[in-house]
Design a protein around this ligand. Structure first.
Ligand SMILES: [Ca+2]
Ligand SMILES: [Ca+2]
Length: 359
C-alpha cells in the first residue's frame, strides 16, 4: 500500500506516545544511565517527546528509539514532566542536533498551548549550526502550571540516514535548561531526557524518473546526441544525463526534490529551468527546449568573443566547437547561425520546461 509520503507530517499514534511517556516515567523511577541522578522530591524532568499530529501514521517502525525515513517530518514537544507545587510559569532551553541528519523546520517553533497567553523572549532556529534557543514565560496575572507542561513544540525533518550501522541513532539534545515559577523562583530540574531517533533511507519505493527532450538549432532531428542536462537540487546536489540521438534524455530514480535543470551543448547557449518539483513515485516530463547556436566559449552570452572564436578557426575541417551545424567544416554558414543570435543570453532565454496545465 502507498502511504502519503514526503513533506507530510509523519505520525505516531497516541498509543506510541503513551508508551514512550510510560517508558520515561519508568526510567525516571529506575536506576538508569539516562538520568544523572535519582529524582529527589517533586522536581520535574525535562524531556523531548515525539507528539502525534493529524490522523496519518507512517513511521517506519514503532519502538524506542523511533525510526523515520529520510524526508519524514515529525513534531516534538519539550515537556516538563511531573511539575508539582508551586508549579511553573516559564522556562528556557536549548536544543542541539546534527545537521547531517536533521533539519529544524523554519517557523515551526511554537509555545505549548497551556503557556498561553505567553511572552516569548527568545525563539531562534540556527539551521546551519543545529541549535534551537527558546525562552518564554506566561503573561500577566495567571496561575503557575503543574503536571506535564509543554513548554514548546517544534518540527524536524529527517534529512540524512543514521544507518548503517544498524541501530545507529542521532540525538536531539537538551541543554541550558532553566525553569521558573511565579515570583521568579527557580524550579530545580532533576534530569534532562534527550530524544534519539533512527533515520533510514526508505528503499521500499522506487523513485520516479525525469524525462524530456533537448535539441540544438541547425542540426537534424536525428543528430541530437550528447547534449548534457544537469539537475541541481536545493542543497547543491547534482545529477547529469546525456541526450540520445533524437534528443531524448532520462534521469533514472530521481530523489524527490525541487530541481533546477540546465541544458548545455558545446557551442550553444545553455538554458535553465528552475523550481521543478519532482515527487518520488511520479514520472516528471519536462517540455522540449531548443538551444540557440553561437555561444562558442560557453559564457552564457553570444557576443563578439564568439564571433572572434569562429573567425579564428574559419575553414577548419578538424572537429571544432565552432562547427555549429556539424557539417564537418567551420564556414560562413556557422557564422550566420551565430550572428542571427548575436546579443542573446541564457538569462533571457530560459528553458520553459513546465508548461501551464490546460484546463
Ligand atoms: Ca559567449
Ligand atoms: Ca559547419
Amino acid at each position: 500500500m502507498t502511504f502519503t509520503r514526503n513533506k507530510l507530517i509523519r505520525i505516531l499514534t497516541l498509543v506510541v506516545v503513551w508508551a514512550v511517556l510510560g517508558a520515561l516515567i519508568w526510567t525516571h523511577a529506575s536506576p538508569s544511565p539516562a538520568l544523572a541522578q535519582e529524582p529527589a522530591g517533586d522536581e520535574p524532568t525535562l524531556s523531548i517527546l515525539i507528539v502525534p499530529e493529524g490522523d496519518g501514521f507512517s513511521i517506519a517502525s514503532v519502538g524506542t528509539p523511533p525510526v523515520f525515513n529520510v524526508g519524514d517530518v515529525f513534531k516534538v514537544s519539550i515537556v516538563a514532566l511531573g511539575v508539582a507545587d508551586p508549579g511553573l510559569f516559564g522556562g528556557q532551553f536549548e536544543l542541539t542536533y546534527d545537521t547531517n541528519h536533521l533539519a529544524a523546520v523554519e517557523e515551526s517553533l511554537e509555545p505549548g498551548a497551556a503557556m498561553e497567553p505567553v511572552v516569548v523572549a527568545v525563539s531562534n532556529i540556527d539551521s546551519a549550526g543545529g541549535l534551537v534557543e527558546y525562552a518564554a514565560s506566561r503573561q500577566g496575572d495567571l496561575e503557575n502550571l503543574s503536571g506535564n507542561v509543554v513548554l514548546a513544540t517544534l518540527r524536524f525533518e529527517a534529512v540524512g540516514p543514521t544507518e548503517p550501522p544498524e541501530g545507529q541513532t542521532t540525538v536531539i539534545h537538551l541543554q541550558n535548561v532553566k525553569l521558573g515559577a511565579k515570583g521568579g523562583l527557580e524550579v530545580p530540574v532533576v534530569g534532562l531526557v534527550d530524544l534519539e531517533v533512527i533515520i533510514r533511507v526508505d528503499d521500499t519505493v522506487d523513485d520516479g524518473d525525469v524525462t524530456g527532450k533537448v535539441k540544438v538549432e541547425a542540426r537534424a532531428a536525428d543528430n541530437q546526441a550528447d547534449h548534457e542536462i544537469v539537475a541541481e537540487d536545493s542543497l547543491g546536489g547534482l545529477l547529469a544525463a546525456l541526450t540520445g540521438a533524437n534528443g531524448d534524455f532520462l534521469f533514472n530514480n530521481v530523489p524527490a526534490e525541487t530541481y533546477t535543470f540546465t541544458a548545455n551543448s558545446p557551442g550553444f547557449l545553455s538554458a535553465s529551468c528552475a523550481g521543478v518539483e519532482h515527487t518520488t513515485d511520479a514520472l516528471t516530463t519536462l517540455a522540449e527546449v531548443t538551444l540557440l547556436a553561437g555561444d562558442i566559449d560557453g559564457s552564457s552570452e553570444i557576443d563578439i568573443t564568439d564571433a572572434v572564436a569562429i573567425g579564428m578557426v574559419l575553414g577548419s575541417t578538424d572537429p571544432e566547437v565552432a562547427d555549429l551545424n556539424a557539417d564537418g567544416v567551420v564556414d560562413i554558414l556557422d557564422l550566420i547561425l551565430m550572428a542571427a543570435n548575436f546579443g542573446q543570453t541564457s538569462d533571457v532565454n530560459p528553458w520553459v520546461c513546465q508548461l501551464p496545465v490546460e484546463l
